[in-house]
Design a protein around this ligand. Structure first.
Ligand SMILES: Cc1cc2nc3c(=O)[nH]c(=O)nc-3n(C[C@H](O)[C@H](O)[C@H](O)COP(=O)(O)OP(=O)(O)OC[C@H]3O[C@@H](n4cnc5c(N)ncnc54)[C@H](O)[C@@H]3O)c2cc1C
Length: 408
């Protein structure tokens, strides 16, 4: 019998509290069985640590677009059968429907953006953690008791099927996502979050054909004031979604916006799932306290440059500059047509490292960017704004926006 089934006598439970590291293995609880928690649990268990992985819902995955950087396949040894689609073409579509093809010319033959379903990835990673020796506990962690001394254990309170239990552990990894209870328990502080909304829509076969290896990203006030909306292909359906930080109560309005923009492509489709979730904007003030560490979304480890692009897209609108936000997005999409910008974007997104730029190409990119900004009347308006308001000196749409446009 699993020791947790006898709560008052078992080795793991409160009635036999642990003495830290007295001739036994270190005992770690990982709270949250998403990608961060499961891969953490696998690494700990493989390293000989007694590992408990708590997951409140093993059958339903957290909402996610499911696009992953190519390097993750090797880094996390992910088998190819997990991947629904290998996206080799991306379209970026401006408010005026200017469409830029991203990838068809710049991706190398072996490159693509893998798309998967999180329910598939998460259950694979959890099983692998179990195979490495982690104990999966399908339960909701309700709260932690933080010890007053460094030799006492942390007590995890968890519940499953109306049964409450406790577990004493030496170390806790909080991988319980953006609404982390572990973070609250250790008073890790807050972060701002974007809210993302997504519908999974099963399309008739002929419509699905269009999205075979294609993902689309839409920008414009109708789909989000500060983010972008997407259509990502999955096995037999597409994920259509959007996000915003600055206008969260309107998220459903933006979702209607993206549905309208793609209506001719998704007509006849059937919504099979509706999901929404916060996305952290930046790290929490505290990520480690005592013997508790936060990882993944619980820690707020977002890709910094994706925050950057949101901030810059947002700037164009939130300052009441009328059409400038729209023009900024037109310019952004135009800049994305540049092959060098695309290559830099793919190098940094697919391989998650700073791309090595070429000095002359950088200069050309600056000139092209200025050209786009002039064509979209951004520079002219910026100059006007500069004259009027000294404070707007730094409000230029940075070139980096285009390079960081794709990244999560
Ligand atoms: C709509 C949307 C689209 C996105 N699209 C992309 C994308 O295309 N590509 C990309 O890279 N990123 C995307 N992201 C971001 C990505 O989903 C997250 O960064 C990622 O899921 C973080 O992984 P994690 O393991 O840290 O946390 P999570 O995936 O949130 O996992 C946390 C886990 O902890 C469990 N849990 C929570 N609380 C408890 C508790 N008290 N007890 C027990 N278990 C608990 C949850 O059930 C969950 O399984 C998207 C996010 C959203 C919301």
């Amino acid at each position: 019998m699993h020791p947790l089934k006898t709560p008052n006598s078992c080795y793991y439970c409160l009635s036999s509290p642990t003495n830290l590291l007295s001739g036994r293995k270190l005992r770690v609880a990982v709270v949250g069985g998403g990608p961060a928690g499961s891969s953490g649990a696998e690494a700990l268990a493989s390293g000989g640590i007694e590992t408990f992985l708590f997951e409140r819902s093993t059958s339903i995955a957290k909402p996610c677009g499911g696009a992953i950087p190519l390097c993750m396949l090797d880094e996390f040894s992910l088998p190819l059968y997990l991947i629904d689609r290998h996206v080799t073409r991306m379209k970026i579509i401006s408010p005026s429907n200017l469409t830029v093809d991203f990838g068809s010319k710049t991706l190398k033959p072996h490159e693509s953006i893998p798309m998967l379903r999180r329910e598939v990835l998460d259950s694979f990673l959890r099983s692998r953690a179990q195979s490495s020796g982690a104990h999966l506990i399908p339960a909701l962690v309700t709260h932690l008791e933080v010890p007053s001394s460094s030799t006492e254990p942390y007590i995890i309170h968890h519940t499953s099927n109306n049964t409450k239990r406790t577990l004493a552990v030496d170390v806790i990894i909080g991988a319980d996502g953006a609404n982390s209870r572990v973070a609250k328990s250790i008073k890790a502080g807050n972060y701002t979050c974007a809210i993302a909304f997504q519908e999974r829509i099963r399309l008739p076969e002929e419509k699905m054909e269009y999205y075979q290896n294609l993902a689309e990203m839409y920008v414009g006030n109708d789909v989000s004031p500060d983010f972008y909306a997407w259509v990502f292909p999955k096995c037999d359906h597409v994920a259509v979604g959007t996000g915003t930080v600055c206008s969260k109560p309107d998220i459903k309005v933006y979702q209607r916006g993206i549905r309208e923009r793609v209506s001719h492509k998704i007509n006849g489709g059937k919504v099979i799932k509706v999901e929404a979730h916060p996305i952290p904007e930046h790290p929490r003030p505290t990520r480690v306290r005592g013997r508790v560490a936060l990882v993944g979304d619980a820690a707020g480890y977002v890709t910094k440059c994706s925050g950057e692009v949101r901030k810059n897209v947002r700037r164009g609108d939130s300052e009441g500059l009328g059409g400038r936000g729209k023009d900024a997005r037109e310019a952004l999409v135009e800049i994305c047509g540049d092959e060098y910008v695309q290559r830099m974007t793919f190098d940094s997104y697919l391989y998650k490292k700073l791309a090595n730029g070429d000095r002359w190409e950088d200069v050309k990119m600056v000139l092209n960017t200025i050209g786009s900004l002039v064509r979209c009347r951004i520079v002219e308006r910026e100059m006007e704004a500069l004259k009027v308001n000294e404070a707007s000196k730094s409000n230029h749409l940075p070139i980096a926006s285009a390079v960081s446009f794709l990244t999560w």
